[in-house]
Every structure is written in C-alpha cells, then in structure tokens.
Design a protein around this ligand. Structure first.
Ligand code: SF4
Length: 114
C-alpha cells in the first residue's frame, strides 16, 4: 500500500491516474499560483535533494543488480560443462561462448561502458 506524503507532494498529479482504487484527490493549496510560482526556493531545493537521492538509490540498485547478474553468469560459465547434459563438445563450446559473451557485456556494463 502506498501513501501520499503531503509534505513532500509536488502536486505533479502522476499518482492520480495510476491509483488502482481511485482514492487520490488533488486539492488546490497554492491559491492562484501554479508551476514554479507556487514553490518557494526552499521547497524547490528540498525537492532537488530528494530527486538526487532517488537517482542515487536507483543507480545503487542497478549496480547491485548488475553485480548479481555478473556473479550468476560467472558461476554458470564455471559449472556449465558439469551441469549440462550436452555431450556434443562443439555445442558445449558454443554455449560457453554465448555465456562468456553475456558475461563480458555484464562486466562492461558494471564498469560503466555501454
Ligand atoms: S505522484 Fe506527484 S501528486 Fe502524487 S503524491 Fe507524488 S508528488 Fe504528489
């Protein structure tokens, strides 16, 4: 369950159409002021800090996910021959090559390369 934290709400309205129980109602709180004129510099600064914190959390989450994926591929590559039912050595080599390529891509991604 999600909760609108009114003190941090910017009034963007993005939550309204996606609310599954249609329980969010936008209320005018800034009089006639809209957009940036409805914000104080302090509110804008606080929102920027929160936004940058969110970006940082997302980046950290992505790094952790990529690291986990890389470790999974390394384990898979090491154990592929032992855990595979493939008896054809050419097919096994092809499969190892596919996993090695995926591993190289994951390592490149985790090091910031495209
Ligand atoms: S999505 Fe926008 S309107 Fe909804 S709670 Fe968050 S900041 Fe407020």
């Amino acid at each position: 369950m999600h909760t609108v934290v009114e003190t941090y709400c910017t009034g963007c309205g993005l939550c309204v159409p996606v609310c599954p129980v249609d329980c969010i109602v936008m209320e005018p709180v800034s009089g006639q002021a809209t957009g940036w004129s409805a914000w104080s510099q302090g509110q804008a600064d606080e929102a920027r800090v929160r936004y940058e914190s969110r970006l940082s959390r997302l980046a950290q989450s992505e790094r952790a996910r990529t690291l986990h994926h890389t470790q999974e591929l390394e384990t898979k590559l090491i154990n592929l021959a032992a855990h595979s039912r493939i008896t054809d050595t050419d097919e096994l080599a092809r499969k190892q090559s596919v996993v090695a390529t995926a591993l190289a891509k994951a390592k490149a991604r985790s090091s910031g390369q495209p």
